[in-house]
Design a binder for this molecule. Structure first.
Ligand SMILES: *[C@@H]1O[C@H](CO)[C@@H](O)[C@H](O)[C@H]1NC(C)=O
Ligand SMILES: *[C@@H]1O[C@H](CO)[C@@H](O)[C@H](O)[C@H]1NC(C)=O
Ligand SMILES: *[C@@H]1O[C@H](CO)[C@@H](O)[C@H](O)[C@H]1NC(C)=O
Ligand SMILES: *[C@@H]1O[C@H](CO)[C@@H](O)[C@H](O)[C@H]1NC(C)=O
Length: 533
């Protein structure tokens, strides 16, 4: 009876008009909740793209969360994009049109800046743009492939064509890092080819890495001076060929279509700022900041790990040291830069070195100088040092690796070669050219040939006071008696360098740019002549 009654009451409620409304409301709320949860799930993972720290972001990149698998969606930002389209917040991507625009850009680029033997890297833009167009068209882009980095320094071209300057070596490492991160890389040589690429790709361009002198031309370009800023290989006369010509390059009032300051970084080997936004926008190969009370440029750094590890270490070392420096001018004993005394300190030290336990006589070598045009004899750069002449890169590595130490003679400063040596298991002797007489051991105040190596000591790096015969001999002997294994300073591993490049490209630098405008311009009563986003 009771049950019947209950059932009766129940059906009465369900039948009622009121209850239908209740049911509708419940359904509505449930649906709303479900949708919110879906939407929440779809947008939260995008927070992962905020850079936290190297280790963290590496994990985030390699561990795709189970959620991604569940929805069959590969990437957080694609989920967000998909949802936005689904709920009508954004229009679906017109992939065919995007691809067409990129191919048009490619044609326009080569029309304005034809292929050029002296600028081989330019030829690499077409295949890169075609890959990008194709993967967008077919929705097959790899992770981060749609992020574009513009390489607007000739050092990137040199890196590809075998250049060996410090900047070229740095550029080679930057290319390695950016390639390993899957970014689309495009090469340019001046303001106008860089502008053409930027205008064709807009927001896809995340970062522009500039040669300082080219950035300066870009900053200066306007309607009165544009002709004087032209150069033969990246002419910008196209700006004079429209119905209403507009002349410019950097984004500024009156040229809003210009290259954004907050994405523009300068590739600069030395320690001073070289960008209108100061040190944070000036990339640097060494961590100058770390030894200058936190003041300095943006440490990007480089790695020699890959190319160095490709060289097998010799099983036998010659009983010899090698002098760093490929030009005779570095060995000029009358020059102010020469550190081993006018009085033959180095020659004496060489003569004083003991024989090896196998009885081999000690020898000091150098590689470089000019060869005599007639006889082909290598230039004598220093009496007591055998010059083997300029060596092809591979032989140079073998020669360093088979030596017992590398010795600095004062110049070149901050060369990559001591890092090569360390990575090949060869200690470096670093001359100290200035020290505090009261506290000669306080390395933070030293000036040395290679300041970035000051924090490292024996058995890797021996720091020796300029013109100090005794210290020099001691260091040479200690270096020979204490062989080392390969050594790579931790900030210079491939992995550490890759993470700093990732941070460079993934970070939105607008807040830093705004802070820099205040600190460097407006707070000093100067008007910032360019435009941030
Ligand atoms: C680069 O993209 C490929 C697929 O195109 C992917 O397998 C790889 O993990 C990506 N590398 C990085 C560092 O994201
Ligand atoms: C263009 O820049 C130059 C300085 O490089 C300046 O003297 C000139 O006034 C500028 N012209 C315009 C129209 O702003
Ligand atoms: C720029 O265009 C104007 C008008 O078409 C022309 O008179 C002038 O010669 C052009 N300048 C250059 C450098 O091409
Ligand atoms: C060596 O340096 C001195 C002093 O700077 C200079 O006068 C001289 O010309 C240099 N010698 C060579 C061969 O470069």
């Amino acid at each position: 009876m009771k049950y019947e009654n209950e059932g009766h009451r129940m059906s009465r409620i369900l039948d009622s008009h009121q209850s239908r409304i209740v049911a509708l409301i419940i359904t509505f709320i449930t649906t709303l909740l479900t949708l919110s949860v879906f939407f929440y799930l779809s947008i939260t993972p995008s927070a992962e793209f905020e850079y936290q720290d190297a280790e963290f972001s590496i994990n985030r990149y390699t561990d795709e969360s189970s959620l991604h698998g569940l929805w069959g969606l590969k990437r957080p930002h694609l989920q967000l994009e998909g949802w936005k389209e689904w709920i009508g917040l954004s229009r679906p991507r017109d992939r065919a049109k995007e691809a067409r625009d990129i191919r048009d850009l490619s044609d326009l680029f080569y029309e304005r800046f034809p292929l050029d033997d002296k600028r081989a890297a330019r030829g690499m833009n077409r295949p890169a743009l075609e890959r990008l167009a194709h993967c967008i068209e077919t929705n097959t882009c790899g992770r981060d492939e749609e992020k574009v980095v513009l390489l607007a320094s000739f050092h990137f071209n040199n890196a590809i064509t075998g250049g060996t300057s410090g900047e070229d070596i740095w550029a080679r490492s930057t290319l390695e890092a950016l390639h390993s991160l899957n970014y689309t890389l495009l090469y340019s040589f001046g303001p106008m080819d860089t502008l053409t690429l930027y205008q064709g790709l807009q927001d896809k361009v995340k970062t522009i890495i500039w040669e300082g002198a080219e950035l300066k031309k870009c900053l200066a370009r306007n309607e009165t001076n544009w002709e004087s800023l032209e150069n033969d290989h990246t002419p910008g006369t196209f700006q004079n060929q429209t119905a209403q010509p507009r002349f410019g390059c950097f984004r500024r009032p009156g040229f809003e279509e210009g290259i954004p300051p907050e994405k523009s970084f300068t590739f600069h080997f030395w320690s001073g700022p070289e960008n209108p936004l100061g040190g944070e926008f000036t990339l640097s190969p060494e961590d100058y900041k770390s030894w200058n009370k936190g003041v300095g440029n943006h440490y990007l750094g480089y790695s020699l790990e890959t190319r160095c590890k490709a060289i097998p270490l010799p099983t036998h070392k010659e009983h010899r040291g090698m002098a760093l420096g490929k030009y005779a001018k570095y060995f000029n004993t009358s020059s102010r830069d020469w550190v081993w005394g006018k009085e033959d300190i180095l020659r004496q030290a060489i003569l004083d070195m003991p024989h090896s336990n196998k009885g081999e006589k000690f020898e000091m070598i150098a590689t470089g100088g000019h060869d005599d045009g007639r006889t082909g004899a290598h230039e004598l750069m220093y009496k007591g040092i055998r010059n083997m002449g300029g060596l092809p890169q591979d032989e140079w590595y073998q020669t360093v690796a088979a030596s017992k130490f590398l010795l600095g003679v004062g110049r070149p400063l901050m060369s990559p070669s001591p890092y090569d040596a360390l990575c090949l298991g060869v200690p470096f002797i670093n001359p100290i050219t200035w020290w505090n007489r009261e506290e000669p051991e306080d390395w933070s105040r030293w000036i040395t040939q290679h300041d970035a190596l000051r924090p490292y000591g024996p058995p890797y790096v021996y720091h020796v006071q300029k013109e100090n015969h005794e210290q020099l001999e001691e260091a040479m002997k200690a270096a020979m008696d204490n062989p080392i294994d390969r050594f790579i300073p931790p900030p210079m591993t491939v992995k550490a360098v890759r993470e700093r490049h990732r941070k460079l490209v993934e970070t939105d630098w607008t807040p830093s740019a705004k802070a820099a405008v205040r600190a460097l311009w407006t707070d000093k009563g100067k008007e910032f002549p360019y435009l941030l986003h």
